[in-house]
Design a protein around this ligand. Sequence first.
Ligand SMILES: [Zn+2]
Length: 374
Amino acid sequence: MKNAFIYTDAYFDFDYGPTHPLKIIRLKLTYELIRGYGLLKLPSVQFTPAMKANEEDLARFHSLEYLDALKQSSDGRLHGGSISYGLGPGDNPVFPGLFDWSLWVTGATLQAADFVSEGRGDAAFNIAGGLHHAHEAWASGFCYVNDPVIGILRLLDQGKRVIYLDLDAHHGDGVQKAFYHTDRVMTISLHESGATLFPGSGFEHEIGEGAGEGYSVNVPFPPYTDDEMYTWAFEEVVPPLIHGFMPDVVVTQLGVDTFYSDPLTNLHLTIRGYEKILRRIKTLCKRWVALGGGGYDVSNVARAWTLAWAIMNGIELEEELPESYLAKAAKVGLRERRLREGLKPPISPHRGEMEGEVKRVVTYIKETIFPKVI
Ligand SMILES: [Zn+2]
Protein backbone atom coordinates (compact mmCIF):
# COMPACT_ATOMS: atom_id res chain seq x y z
CA MET A 1 0.00 0.00 0.00
CA LYS A 2 1.12 3.53 -0.77
CA ASN A 3 1.36 6.60 1.43
CA ALA A 4 0.74 9.99 -0.16
CA PHE A 5 2.87 13.06 0.50
CA ILE A 6 0.95 16.09 -0.73
CA TYR A 7 2.79 19.30 -1.45
CA THR A 8 3.31 22.23 -3.82
CA ASP A 9 5.84 25.04 -4.10
CA ALA A 10 2.83 27.30 -4.84
CA TYR A 11 2.64 27.87 -1.05
CA PHE A 12 5.51 30.35 -1.51
CA ASP A 13 3.37 32.78 -3.39
CA PHE A 14 1.99 33.74 0.03
CA ASP A 15 3.45 35.45 3.07
CA TYR A 16 1.84 36.37 6.42
CA GLY A 17 4.34 39.24 6.68
CA PRO A 18 7.90 39.79 7.90
CA THR A 19 7.08 39.99 11.63
CA HIS A 20 4.44 37.24 11.74
CA PRO A 21 5.53 34.05 13.58
CA LEU A 22 4.03 31.69 10.98
CA LYS A 23 6.75 31.33 8.35
CA ILE A 24 5.69 29.50 5.21
CA ILE A 25 9.38 28.73 4.54
CA ARG A 26 9.03 25.96 7.17
CA LEU A 27 6.98 23.97 4.64
CA LYS A 28 9.66 24.29 1.97
CA LEU A 29 12.38 23.27 4.44
CA THR A 30 10.35 20.24 5.52
CA TYR A 31 9.90 19.22 1.89
CA GLU A 32 13.63 19.69 1.22
CA LEU A 33 14.62 17.60 4.23
CA ILE A 34 12.18 14.83 3.34
CA ARG A 35 13.52 14.88 -0.22
CA GLY A 36 17.13 15.04 0.99
CA TYR A 37 16.64 11.85 3.01
CA GLY A 38 15.25 10.15 -0.10
CA LEU A 39 11.82 9.75 1.49
CA LEU A 40 9.91 10.69 -1.65
CA LYS A 41 11.53 7.95 -3.75
CA LEU A 42 10.55 5.03 -1.53
CA PRO A 43 8.48 2.32 -3.23
CA SER A 44 5.77 2.97 -0.64
CA VAL A 45 5.49 6.68 -1.41
CA GLN A 46 3.26 8.45 -3.87
CA PHE A 47 4.25 12.09 -4.23
CA THR A 48 1.06 13.99 -4.97
CA PRO A 49 1.13 17.60 -6.17
CA ALA A 50 -1.38 19.63 -4.16
CA MET A 51 -4.51 20.87 -5.89
CA LYS A 52 -6.67 23.80 -4.90
CA ALA A 53 -10.06 23.17 -3.31
CA ASN A 54 -13.01 25.01 -4.78
CA GLU A 55 -15.24 27.54 -3.07
CA GLU A 56 -18.04 25.02 -2.50
CA ASP A 57 -15.64 22.88 -0.49
CA LEU A 58 -14.98 25.81 1.85
CA ALA A 59 -18.70 26.58 2.05
CA ARG A 60 -19.28 23.09 3.45
CA PHE A 61 -18.26 24.65 6.80
CA HIS A 62 -17.78 28.42 6.43
CA SER A 63 -20.50 31.02 5.91
CA LEU A 64 -20.78 32.64 2.48
CA GLU A 65 -20.49 36.12 4.03
CA TYR A 66 -17.23 35.14 5.67
CA LEU A 67 -15.85 33.62 2.47
CA ASP A 68 -16.76 36.84 0.65
CA ALA A 69 -14.82 38.80 3.27
CA LEU A 70 -11.79 36.52 2.74
CA LYS A 71 -12.01 36.97 -1.00
CA GLN A 72 -12.29 40.72 -0.67
CA SER A 73 -9.26 40.81 1.65
CA SER A 74 -7.18 38.88 -0.86
CA ASP A 75 -6.06 42.17 -2.38
CA GLY A 76 -4.01 42.58 0.81
CA ARG A 77 -6.04 45.53 2.08
CA LEU A 78 -8.44 45.88 4.99
CA HIS A 79 -12.02 46.54 3.98
CA GLY A 80 -14.97 47.77 5.99
CA GLY A 81 -16.30 44.89 8.05
CA SER A 82 -13.12 42.78 7.82
CA ILE A 83 -12.44 43.31 11.52
CA SER A 84 -15.80 41.74 12.42
CA TYR A 85 -14.52 38.49 10.87
CA GLY A 86 -11.32 38.45 12.94
CA LEU A 87 -9.21 39.84 10.09
CA GLY A 88 -6.72 42.64 10.54
CA PRO A 89 -3.38 43.56 12.05
CA GLY A 90 -2.05 40.96 14.49
CA ASP A 91 -2.72 37.23 14.39
CA ASN A 92 -4.75 37.11 11.18
CA PRO A 93 -3.35 39.71 8.81
CA VAL A 94 -4.80 40.32 5.39
CA PHE A 95 -2.15 39.54 2.80
CA PRO A 96 -2.28 39.27 -0.98
CA GLY A 97 -3.82 35.99 -2.06
CA LEU A 98 -5.02 34.84 1.34
CA PHE A 99 -8.12 33.26 -0.19
CA ASP A 100 -6.01 31.29 -2.67
CA TRP A 101 -3.72 30.22 0.19
CA SER A 102 -6.80 28.83 1.94
CA LEU A 103 -7.88 27.00 -1.23
CA TRP A 104 -4.45 25.35 -1.57
CA VAL A 105 -4.27 24.24 2.07
CA THR A 106 -7.82 22.88 2.09
CA GLY A 107 -7.42 21.21 -1.28
CA ALA A 108 -4.40 19.27 -0.03
CA THR A 109 -6.33 18.14 3.06
CA LEU A 110 -9.23 16.95 0.90
CA GLN A 111 -6.77 15.05 -1.31
CA ALA A 112 -5.36 13.38 1.81
CA ALA A 113 -8.85 12.50 3.07
CA ASP A 114 -9.93 11.06 -0.29
CA PHE A 115 -6.70 9.09 -0.73
CA VAL A 116 -7.12 7.32 2.59
CA SER A 117 -10.91 7.05 2.53
CA GLU A 118 -11.01 5.52 -0.94
CA GLY A 119 -8.46 2.90 0.11
CA ARG A 120 -5.75 4.07 -2.29
CA GLY A 121 -3.34 3.88 0.62
CA ASP A 122 -2.99 3.73 4.38
CA ALA A 123 -1.76 7.22 5.12
CA ALA A 124 -1.44 10.70 3.65
CA PHE A 125 0.38 13.78 4.94
CA ASN A 126 -0.48 17.41 4.18
CA ILE A 127 2.16 19.43 6.04
CA ALA A 128 0.40 22.72 5.18
CA GLY A 129 -2.85 21.68 6.86
CA GLY A 130 -4.03 21.55 10.45
CA LEU A 131 -5.34 25.11 10.71
CA HIS A 132 -7.54 24.15 13.64
CA HIS A 133 -8.57 27.53 15.10
CA ALA A 134 -10.71 28.90 12.24
CA HIS A 135 -14.43 29.16 13.03
CA GLU A 136 -17.45 29.21 10.76
CA ALA A 137 -17.28 32.98 10.27
CA TRP A 138 -14.20 34.01 12.23
CA ALA A 139 -10.46 33.90 11.50
CA SER A 140 -8.45 32.99 14.58
CA GLY A 141 -4.93 32.02 15.61
CA PHE A 142 -3.31 32.35 12.13
CA CYS A 143 -6.13 30.22 10.66
CA TYR A 144 -8.60 31.51 8.04
CA VAL A 145 -10.19 28.29 6.84
CA ASN A 146 -10.53 25.18 9.00
CA ASP A 147 -9.13 22.47 6.73
CA PRO A 148 -9.36 19.73 9.40
CA VAL A 149 -13.12 20.32 9.77
CA ILE A 150 -13.64 20.36 6.00
CA GLY A 151 -11.56 17.18 5.60
CA ILE A 152 -13.51 15.43 8.37
CA LEU A 153 -16.83 16.49 6.83
CA ARG A 154 -15.69 14.88 3.57
CA LEU A 155 -14.94 11.65 5.48
CA LEU A 156 -18.37 11.78 7.16
CA ASP A 157 -20.03 12.25 3.75
CA GLN A 158 -18.30 9.02 2.75
CA GLY A 159 -19.80 7.25 5.78
CA LYS A 160 -16.64 7.07 7.88
CA ARG A 161 -16.29 7.24 11.66
CA VAL A 162 -13.49 9.62 12.54
CA ILE A 163 -11.20 10.35 15.44
CA TYR A 164 -9.50 13.74 15.29
CA LEU A 165 -6.32 13.72 17.40
CA ASP A 166 -4.67 17.10 17.94
CA LEU A 167 -1.09 17.28 19.30
CA ASP A 168 -0.64 21.05 18.84
CA ALA A 169 0.33 23.07 21.94
CA HIS A 170 -2.85 25.08 21.44
CA HIS A 171 -6.33 23.63 21.99
CA GLY A 172 -8.02 22.52 18.75
CA ASP A 173 -11.02 24.73 19.50
CA GLY A 174 -12.43 25.20 15.99
CA VAL A 175 -12.58 21.47 15.34
CA GLN A 176 -14.02 20.69 18.77
CA LYS A 177 -16.77 23.26 18.30
CA ALA A 178 -17.72 21.96 14.84
CA PHE A 179 -18.35 18.45 16.19
CA TYR A 180 -19.39 19.21 19.78
CA HIS A 181 -22.89 17.77 19.37
CA THR A 182 -22.19 14.60 17.40
CA ASP A 183 -20.97 11.11 18.26
CA ARG A 184 -19.75 10.43 14.69
CA VAL A 185 -16.51 12.29 15.34
CA MET A 186 -14.46 12.04 18.50
CA THR A 187 -12.09 14.96 19.00
CA ILE A 188 -9.10 14.44 21.31
CA SER A 189 -6.85 17.43 21.97
CA LEU A 190 -3.67 17.37 24.06
CA HIS A 191 -2.40 20.90 24.71
CA GLU A 192 -1.06 23.47 27.12
CA SER A 193 -3.83 24.52 29.49
CA GLY A 194 -6.11 27.33 28.38
CA ALA A 195 -5.31 28.96 31.73
CA THR A 196 -1.90 29.96 30.34
CA LEU A 197 -2.23 29.81 26.55
CA PHE A 198 -4.39 30.89 23.62
CA PRO A 199 -7.23 30.20 22.87
CA GLY A 200 -8.10 29.89 26.57
CA SER A 201 -10.27 26.77 26.15
CA GLY A 202 -9.84 23.00 26.14
CA PHE A 203 -10.44 22.23 29.79
CA GLU A 204 -11.10 18.63 30.77
CA HIS A 205 -14.75 19.33 31.60
CA GLU A 206 -15.48 20.31 27.95
CA ILE A 207 -16.74 16.86 26.97
CA GLY A 208 -19.37 17.51 24.27
CA GLU A 209 -23.14 17.99 24.53
CA GLY A 210 -26.28 16.07 23.59
CA ALA A 211 -25.43 13.13 21.34
CA GLY A 212 -21.85 14.37 21.47
CA GLU A 213 -21.49 14.02 25.23
CA GLY A 214 -18.26 12.14 25.90
CA TYR A 215 -16.99 12.63 22.33
CA SER A 216 -14.92 15.75 22.99
CA VAL A 217 -11.84 14.89 25.00
CA ASN A 218 -9.38 17.44 26.34
CA VAL A 219 -6.05 16.81 28.04
CA PRO A 220 -4.76 20.20 29.25
CA PHE A 221 -1.17 20.23 30.53
CA PRO A 222 0.45 22.72 32.89
CA PRO A 223 3.30 24.87 31.52
CA TYR A 224 6.71 23.12 31.53
CA THR A 225 5.17 19.64 31.03
CA ASP A 226 7.97 17.36 29.79
CA ASP A 227 8.24 14.29 27.55
CA GLU A 228 7.70 11.83 30.39
CA MET A 229 4.51 13.37 31.74
CA TYR A 230 3.10 13.97 28.27
CA THR A 231 3.75 10.47 26.95
CA TRP A 232 2.35 8.95 30.16
CA ALA A 233 -0.93 10.89 29.79
CA PHE A 234 -1.13 10.06 26.07
CA GLU A 235 -0.76 6.35 26.80
CA GLU A 236 -3.39 6.40 29.56
CA VAL A 237 -5.98 8.25 27.47
CA VAL A 238 -5.55 7.86 23.71
CA PRO A 239 -5.15 4.10 23.02
CA PRO A 240 -8.23 3.10 25.08
CA LEU A 241 -10.33 5.72 23.27
CA ILE A 242 -9.15 4.59 19.83
CA HIS A 243 -9.78 0.94 20.69
CA GLY A 244 -13.20 1.81 22.11
CA PHE A 245 -14.41 4.12 19.34
CA MET A 246 -13.02 2.00 16.50
CA PRO A 247 -12.66 4.78 13.91
CA ASP A 248 -12.44 4.09 10.20
CA VAL A 249 -9.97 6.97 9.87
CA VAL A 250 -7.83 8.92 12.33
CA VAL A 251 -7.04 12.53 11.40
CA THR A 252 -4.06 13.89 13.32
CA GLN A 253 -2.94 17.48 13.72
CA LEU A 254 0.82 17.22 14.28
CA GLY A 255 1.68 20.71 15.57
CA VAL A 256 5.22 20.93 16.96
CA ASP A 257 4.85 24.10 19.01
CA THR A 258 4.95 21.82 22.08
CA PHE A 259 8.76 21.82 21.92
CA TYR A 260 10.90 23.49 24.56
CA SER A 261 12.48 25.89 22.08
CA ASP A 262 9.19 27.07 20.58
CA PRO A 263 8.93 30.83 21.08
CA LEU A 264 5.13 31.00 21.50
CA THR A 265 4.33 28.35 24.09
CA ASN A 266 5.45 26.96 27.46
CA LEU A 267 5.55 23.18 27.12
CA HIS A 268 8.89 21.37 27.45
CA LEU A 269 8.69 18.53 24.97
CA THR A 270 11.60 17.40 22.81
CA ILE A 271 11.79 15.62 19.49
CA ARG A 272 12.35 12.39 21.42
CA GLY A 273 8.99 12.62 23.17
CA TYR A 274 7.34 13.57 19.90
CA GLU A 275 8.93 10.58 18.20
CA LYS A 276 7.59 8.21 20.85
CA ILE A 277 4.08 9.55 20.35
CA LEU A 278 4.32 9.29 16.55
CA ARG A 279 5.55 5.69 16.76
CA ARG A 280 2.60 4.89 19.02
CA ILE A 281 0.14 6.57 16.66
CA LYS A 282 1.54 4.46 13.83
CA THR A 283 0.62 1.28 15.76
CA LEU A 284 -2.85 2.61 16.61
CA CYS A 285 -4.05 3.99 13.26
CA LYS A 286 -4.63 1.74 10.27
CA ARG A 287 -6.00 4.63 8.16
CA TRP A 288 -4.22 7.87 8.90
CA VAL A 289 -4.71 11.40 7.55
CA ALA A 290 -1.85 13.50 8.92
CA LEU A 291 -1.93 17.29 8.90
CA GLY A 292 0.68 19.84 9.95
CA GLY A 293 -0.10 22.55 12.46
CA GLY A 294 1.75 25.01 14.68
CA GLY A 295 5.52 25.22 15.03
CA TYR A 296 7.38 28.51 15.25
CA ASP A 297 10.95 27.28 15.63
CA VAL A 298 11.44 26.55 11.94
CA SER A 299 14.26 24.04 12.43
CA ASN A 300 12.07 21.91 14.73
CA VAL A 301 9.28 21.83 12.20
CA ALA A 302 11.41 20.49 9.36
CA ARG A 303 13.09 17.82 11.47
CA ALA A 304 9.99 16.68 13.41
CA TRP A 305 7.72 16.37 10.37
CA THR A 306 10.46 14.58 8.44
CA LEU A 307 10.75 12.14 11.32
CA ALA A 308 6.95 11.78 11.33
CA TRP A 309 6.94 10.98 7.61
CA ALA A 310 9.76 8.44 8.07
CA ILE A 311 7.79 6.76 10.86
CA MET A 312 4.67 6.67 8.70
CA ASN A 313 6.74 4.78 6.12
CA GLY A 314 8.58 2.50 8.57
CA ILE A 315 12.00 3.99 7.77
CA GLU A 316 14.85 4.67 10.23
CA LEU A 317 16.82 7.83 9.44
CA GLU A 318 20.52 8.62 9.72
CA GLU A 319 21.18 11.11 12.50
CA GLU A 320 23.30 13.33 10.21
CA LEU A 321 21.10 15.66 8.18
CA PRO A 322 21.68 15.42 4.42
CA GLU A 323 24.07 17.96 2.87
CA SER A 324 21.50 19.09 0.31
CA TYR A 325 19.24 20.23 3.15
CA LEU A 326 22.02 21.76 5.25
CA ALA A 327 22.99 24.06 2.40
CA LYS A 328 19.42 25.35 2.10
CA ALA A 329 18.88 25.58 5.87
CA ALA A 330 22.10 27.57 6.33
CA LYS A 331 20.74 30.22 3.96
CA VAL A 332 17.94 30.96 6.44
CA GLY A 333 20.27 30.86 9.44
CA LEU A 334 19.64 27.30 10.69
CA ARG A 335 22.67 25.60 12.21
CA GLU A 336 21.49 22.20 13.49
CA ARG A 337 23.30 19.33 11.77
CA ARG A 338 21.62 16.39 13.47
CA LEU A 339 18.07 15.06 13.35
CA ARG A 340 17.45 14.90 17.09
CA GLU A 341 19.69 17.79 18.14
CA GLY A 342 18.11 20.39 20.39
CA LEU A 343 18.14 22.19 23.70
CA LYS A 344 17.52 20.03 26.73
CA PRO A 345 14.79 21.50 28.93
CA PRO A 346 15.64 22.06 32.60
CA ILE A 347 13.75 19.96 35.16
CA SER A 348 11.07 22.15 36.72
CA PRO A 349 11.32 22.67 40.48
CA HIS A 350 7.52 22.26 40.50
CA ARG A 351 7.56 18.88 38.79
CA GLY A 352 5.82 17.09 41.67
CA GLU A 353 2.87 19.48 41.59
CA MET A 354 2.68 19.29 37.81
CA GLU A 355 2.61 15.49 37.92
CA GLY A 356 -0.24 15.68 40.39
CA GLU A 357 -2.19 17.97 38.07
CA VAL A 358 -1.64 15.73 35.02
CA LYS A 359 -2.77 12.69 37.05
CA ARG A 360 -5.87 14.58 38.21
CA VAL A 361 -6.86 15.37 34.61
CA VAL A 362 -6.27 11.79 33.44
CA THR A 363 -8.34 10.42 36.34
CA TYR A 364 -11.16 12.84 35.48
CA ILE A 365 -11.18 11.64 31.86
CA LYS A 366 -11.16 7.98 32.91
CA GLU A 367 -14.03 8.49 35.35
CA THR A 368 -16.15 10.90 33.28
CA ILE A 369 -15.57 10.01 29.63
CA PHE A 370 -14.50 6.37 29.48
CA PRO A 371 -17.81 4.99 30.90
CA LYS A 372 -19.77 6.97 28.26
CA VAL A 373 -17.82 5.94 25.15
CA ILE A 374 -15.87 2.73 25.76
ZN1 LIG B 1 -0.36 25.88 18.03
